[in-house]
Design a protein around this ligand. Structure first.
Ligand SMILES: Nc1ncnc2c1ncn2[C@@H]1O[C@H](COP(=O)(O)OP(=O)(O)OP(=O)(O)O)[C@@H](O)[C@H]1O
Ligand SMILES: [Mg+2]
Length: 351
């Protein structure tokens, strides 16, 4: 979106995808964290296997880099079923979808990534396919058009979306199982890191894992990326061992701070505190102050700052919380009566 090469961006960039493939857990019991989703899914899959029928359609929602694609691949692996991969933006016309559906084999897992970006006509075709394993192929145009019904093999649809709110209700309702992927806590990210380090042949003591995990924004993709950068640093500077200090030094070289804030996040907070006394200030004014597009500030920096409890969106504008002053090592300014500025209220989030 911003086009910046961002070390803490949750999106995978360029050749990162190849590295990710190598680090992907292949089976459910290798998949770290998401305990509830893992247990529920395991039941769904086991009972399907026992009945010898394809399981219900599965929808996975959650932020980028939390493991949706990984889990889709695991579902197929656990079922011992073939997997077909596609993505919403690739399905422009209903015909594109019909071509895929009509060539599915029985029990195949069809993974549609970014399913919220599928076109309307394709979406409507998918409703019928999901429910009745049937599609209507429309031949011809205008009054002479006819619909030819076509049976398709029973299959399991696995949909992934970063924007569950954008899915129309009729589509959402046709999934028998909806998995909400949560951000990972530090100890789960440590497990992800230890596993990745083993696969990459990197020596990672617990203290190093901890230092990287706590800066990874709750996201395995970011944890794995930081691990690679820290590994490079450690190879050159400290004989390859990732101690707490090596990790901290490497990440501060890449401008990732102790809570995972990067240069932009800190610039936003710094402007908000220093130039606007903690706010409230409008998004576009704040963006000008840091020399970025409002969209970049809103989409790239804000969600994480809000999640960390450092920034609040209020009807009157963006406001720094007491934690933001502390994080940036500054005193909350005193009001006219000499009291510390009261922390902003978090109600009425305009989002
Ligand atoms: N639970 C997990 N355990 C171990 N590694 C994980 C886990 N979840 C994700 N990863 C790692 O993080 C990387 C990103 O995961 P994945 O591609 O599945 O995310 P995603 O949710 O599909 O992201 P996007 O929304 O960008 O498509 C993978 O390479 C995988 O190695
Ligand atoms: Mg994905």
């Amino acid at each position: 979106m911003s086009g910046r090469d961002e070390i803490v961006s949750p999106d995978a960039e360029g050749d990162e995808r190849a590295v990710e493939a190598a680090l992907r857990p292949k089976r459910l019991d290798e998949f770290v964290g998401q305990a509830r989703v893992r247990e529920q899914l395991s039941l769904v899959l086991q009972s399907a296997l026992r009945r010898n029928r394809p399981p219900d359609h599965v929808l996975m929602s959650g932020s980028p880099g939390l493991g949706k694609t990984t889990l889709a691949m695991i579902i197929a692996a656990e079922l011992g079923a073939p997997l077909r991969l596609t993505a919403g933006p690739a399905i422009e016309r209903a015909g594109d979808l019909a071509a895929i559906l009509s060539t599915l084999s029985e029990g195949e897992v069809l993974f549609i990534d970014e399913i919220h970006r599928m076109s309307r006509p394709a979406e409507e075709m998918l409703y019928m396919a999901m429910e009745d394993f049937r599609v209507d192929i429309v031949v011809g145009k205008g009054p002479g058009a006819t619909a030819i019904p076509l049976d398709i093999a029973p299959f399991t649809l696995v949909g992934a979306t970063t924007r569950a709110g954008l899915l129309p209700a009729p589509l959402r309702d046709r999934f028998g199982f909806v998995a909400h992927m949560e951000f990972y806590d530090v100890s789960e990210l440590e497990q992800v890191l230890r596993r990745s380090a083993r696969l990459l042949g990197v020596e990672l003591p617990d203290e190093g894992a901890h230092e990287i995990a706590r800066r990874s924004r709750g996201t395995p993709r970011i944890a794995n990326r930081l691990l690679r950068r820290v590994r490079d640093y450690a190879e050159v500077r400290s004989g390859g061992v990732i101690t707490r200090e090596t990790a901290a030094d490497a990440l501060s070289l890449y401008e990732v701070d102790g809570e995972g804030l990067d240069r932009l996040d800190r610039a936003v907070l710094d402007a908000l505190l220093r130039k606007f006394g903690g706010g409230p200030v409008g998004l576009s004014t704040l963006a000008i102050a840091v020399g970025e597009e409002p969209e970049t500030v809103e989409v790239v920096a804000e969600p994480f700052l809000v999640r960390q409890g450092l920034l609040a969106r209020t009807p009157r504008g963006r406001v720094a919380t007491a934690a933001a002053w502390a994080h940036m090592g500054m005193q909350v300014p005193l009001d006219a009566l000499g009291r510390p500025g009261s922390p902003p209220t978090l109600f009425d989030d305009p989002e």
